[in-house]
Design a protein around this ligand. Structure first.
Ligand code: MG
Length: 166
């Protein structure tokens, strides 16, 4: 299955309300201080590249599956379900899963992730709100989306530097 995985991930993200363009817009936001005129479309290629990595794809599938299992009451641990449904602040494993994506894109990706996780820009703000005491669980989703945007911004920054020096 060469890149069925990429299409599959785009589809399950979309089913949870997240489009490729939304992630590209978050990546644009992270680069806006350095590249004022950069458009979200210009970052779509980087988002696709991040989403083409198996590690990212498995993180996306894991995140969405865990959110859905919590939402549908399919988990056997009631404390875990409760923490996920409340998006418990001390939970932390959602961020740890997301770090796995950032780790392949260096330290800029990690600092970008911390920044956008705090700022909750765009689609991240929307899904974060949607997942608070509404019957909807987006506890893992907001972090993987933030990590993909952060990694795409980092990839873009590295490429820009390289092209500039060539
Ligand atoms: Mg979260």
């Amino acid at each position: 299955m060469p890149d069925d995985f990429l299409e599959h991930c785009l589809q399950i993200l979309e089913e949870r309300g997240v489009r490729l363009e939304d992630i590209a817009d978050c990546a644009r936001y992270l680069q806006a201080d350095y590249h004022v005129d950069l458009t979200a479309e210009e970052l779509e290629e980087s988002v696709r590249a991040v989403l083409s990595k198996r590690e990212t794809q498995y993180a996306v599938m894991t995140a969405i599956e865990l959110d859905k299992c919590a939402e549908e009451g399919k988990m056997s641990d009631k404390y875990l379900t409760d923490a996920l449904m409340r998006d418990e602040a001390l939970f932390g494993s959602d961020e740890v899963l997301a770090y796995g994506i950032c780790n392949t894109y260096g330290s800029i990706a990690l600092t970008n992730f911390g920044f956008i996780d705090k700022k909750k820009y765009g689609i991240i703000k929307k899904i974060n709100r949607e997942g608070k005491n509404t019957g909807r669980c987006n506890t893992f989703l907001d972090d993987v989306v933030g990590a993909i945007a952060a990694s795409a911004a980092s990839r873009f920054a590295h490429r820009w530097k390289r092209e500039e020096s060539e």
